[in-house]
Design a protein around this ligand. Structure first.
Ligand SMILES: Cc1cc2nc3c(=O)[nH]c(=O)nc-3n(C[C@H](O)[C@H](O)[C@H](O)COP(=O)(O)OP(=O)(O)OC[C@H]3O[C@@H](n4cnc5c(N)ncnc54)[C@H](O)[C@@H]3O)c2cc1C
Length: 396
């Protein structure tokens, strides 16, 4: 039982970022009974530190705060082939974190049972049937569950075998109209001069404002200046913009794990449940997690509602997981340049099929069709390497 002096809540959300606040939002809308929820975050969540994009062919929960959306996407290959695809009925949608935080906090703060505290979480512990969060502001007890979105996901920053999506992005405003806000550039591989998978990602939101992100899917991180120099060179090379021609409005950066969790799958019996990036909600082959997190958390809340305690928290079908492992191994091995893989996919398949594939919504037949469209040898080598690694040889 909780001690008399410790503040006690039904649920505690350790981490009030994208996953923590989303979960609070769905709990608040649900019929899951609770006396109180505490959301703990060390930061004041009101900044534009991230832009979240996702694609969907249906209305989604947070569409009200979408800043811009696109029905057309450019794909530029290394050999200068450029294709503009219509992705209808999908659209690619962009949310700015500050508007999202404001929207969701306004909603949550209307419920006096939901409280916020700004402090640093130091750890978790168990006491009887309860669990505790230790923080710099004292200890807090949860009678039901703690949802942890702060623990580090096992992806080593210095380990080249651990793939990461790493990027620096600049939102710039050009002095004159030069962008087409009707189409986003998902991959521009014309800059991919190294064996690593590197590309520019461009989101124009008006004819003068666009976000440019120099992005890698690779194990080795770069100095910040490197990404900035690449963006500067790209603005000049692709748009003829020299530094006098634009103003930098914002900067963002990220390192997103592109590794698969080896941890045992969690279910709702667990007292401390990891969610968001900590819980392995990121799609390892793309680094996207916004929409997946919404779907997984809605499912989690539905399972809490029906007391389906055995329900897995983050389930991936074994075949999809195997495909992700092979795909990641291909990117790590670099026997083929990463851009070649994406180029084959986009040049040989309808973009709608690829978007469904990346969201794990394709059937096994569609997956097999997609697999035949990528260069087979490096994929077979990667699959063989994985099969070998899985053999039950005694480990030293
Ligand atoms: C710049 C950037 C852009 C991205 N863009 C996209 C995108 O376009 N599409 C997409 O699908 N995904 C995107 N992602 C990936 C992913 O959606 C985000 O990282 C997302 O924020 C993950 O949600 P989360 O809740 O797991 O982590 P976060 O949103 O980072 O939340 C974790 C919270 O925990 C808090 N915290 C950490 N440690 C402690 C502690 N010890 N004590 C108290 N609080 C703590 C942090 O302050 C933070 O608020 C992006 C990531 C980054 C970094």
């Amino acid at each position: 039982m909780p001690s008399h002096h410790q503040p006690t809540y039904t649920y505690i959300l350790a981490g009030g970022g994208m996953a923590g606040l989303s979960l609070a939002f769905y709990l608040n809308q649900s019929s899951v009974p609770f006396d109180s929820i505490l959301i703990i975050d060390q930061a004041e969540k009101n900044t534009r530190d991230k832009t979240w994009c996702y694609w969907s062919d249906q209305p989604e929960t947070f569409d009200a705060v979408v800043q811009h959306s696109w029905n057309q996407l450019w794909f530029h290959s290394f050999d200068n082939r450029s294709d503009k695809f219509s992705i209808l009925p999908f659209s690619y949608r962009k949310i700015q974190s500050d508007s999202w935080y404001a929207f969701i906090q306004k909603e949550l703060k209307q419920n006096p049972k939901i409280q916020f505290i700004q402090t640093k979480v130091l750890g978790f512990s168990y006491q009887g049937r309860c669990a505790q969060v230790r923080t710099e502001a004292g200890d807090f007890t949860a009678t039901e569950k703690i949802f942890d979105s702060i623990s580090a996901f096992p992806c080593e920053l210095e380990n080249p075998q651990h793939l990461k999506q790493h990027f620096v992005g600049l939102t710039i405003e050009a002095n004159f109209p030069i962008f087409d806000p009707a189409a986003a550039h998902l991959f521009d591989f014309r800059i991919a001069h190294t064996p690593a998978c590197e590309f520019m990602y461009v989101l124009p939101t008006s004819d003068r404002i666009a976000l440019f992100e120099h992005t890698y899917f690779s194990g080795q991180l770069k100095e910040k200046q490197h990404y900035l120099d690449q963006i500067k060179a790209y603005l000049f090379g692709a748009y003829g913009l020299s530094e006098d021609d634009y103003l930098v409005l914002e900067e963002e950066s990220g390192i997103i794990p592109m590794t698969l969790s080896e941890a045992e799958p969690q279910n709702l019996h667990t007292k401390v449940i990891q969610i968001g990036t900590s819980g392995g909600f990121v799609k390892s082959t793309t680094g996207y997690s916004f929409l997946r997190t919404q779907r997984k958390l809605k499912e989690l809340v539905a399972n809490l509602q029906t007391k389906h305690w055995g329900a897995p928290v983050n389930e991936t079908k074994p075949f999809k997981r195997w495909m992700d492992r092979v795909f990641l191994q291909v990117l790590v091995d670099q026997k083929i340049k990463g851009n070649k893989v994406f180029e084959s996919l986009f040049q040989k398949n309808r973009p709608q099929l690829i978007l469904r594939f990346l969201e794990e919504q394709t059937t096994m037949w569609e997956d097999l069709k997609l697999m035949t469209s990528v260069p087979t040898l490096p994929f077979m080598q990667a699959a063989f390497k994985i099969a070998l690694a899985d053999l039950p040889f005694p480990k030293k």
